[in-house]
Design a binder for this molecule. Sequence first.
Ligand SMILES: C[S@@+](CC[C@H](N)C(=O)[O-])C[C@H]1O[C@@H](n2cnc3c(N)ncnc32)[C@H](O)[C@@H]1O
Length: 278
Amino acid sequence: MLSYRHSYHAGNFADVLKHLVQIAILDYLQFKDKPLVVHDTHGGAGLYEVASEHMQKTGEYQDGVGRLYGRQTGVEVIDRYLDLIAGFNDGGPLRRYPGSPAISAELLREQDRLQITELHNSDYPVLAALFEGDERIRVFHDDANRGLKSLLPAAHKRGLVLVDPSYELEGDEAHTLAGLVEGLRRFNTGCFAIWYPVIGRRRADAYAERLVALGTRALRLELNVRQPGSAHGMTGSGMVVINPPWGLDKKMETALPVLHKALAQGGGGWMVKGYGEE
Ligand SMILES: C[S@@+](CC[C@H](N)C(=O)[O-])C[C@H]1O[C@@H](n2cnc3c(N)ncnc32)[C@H](O)[C@@H]1O
């Protein structure tokens, strides 16, 4: 039984990192005209209304996108992210926050394809309705790992696989690792970006290291808004990018200190760590 709903968390500090990295990877992949596929394993509801009861109840977005929206930082990847969010709001005040599917859809070109799995019975129909009629996009009411098996290899050899589990069930980390083994076997030319929470230093490190070990080349990015262990719940989050685009490490080395300064809630820090040959 799934209880996690992303609508309570949309736009929080973890979404800022995740979506900024997603955009940076897609921008890199779209530098060439060749078609690409985006495979989003955990879609959520796709697009979120800031005035909704859920977003207002937690107010998490206020310490995430809310701290940055309306600013120009002079850092390319951050301003690109903020411009894209502004595009969903006609350049005005923050009323809507796009999830990963809406961000990919916004960036999708005629030749590209987006395929999304989402298992939740309430979020799936909302997500499917969002893209109804767009023949470039397919939405499946299915388990992430089943989708990685049945939908890969995709029609195109280039692409991004975004893996953003809710980690709400015991065993979700193991389930994710198993799905990634299958996904990488089927699509070893793809760039895989996997999000993970930091709820305790040791657990996050152990999991991130297992993710990194799945590829020959990987990049680990992390943004902690508080000292791990200093507060109940998530104090930061990270992304492991397997087969990272060239130059993403340098871009994030510039962006993360600025993001940390803007989003910190007292302490924390950031990390950029590369593995394997460039
Ligand atoms: C963190 S949210 C995804 C947010 C989305 N990627 C974004 O950035 O906007 C995780 C989603 O995974 C869904 N989910 C949980 N377990 C799943 C599974 N085994 N397969 C597919 N989706 C699952 C949840 O219902 C939830 O909507």
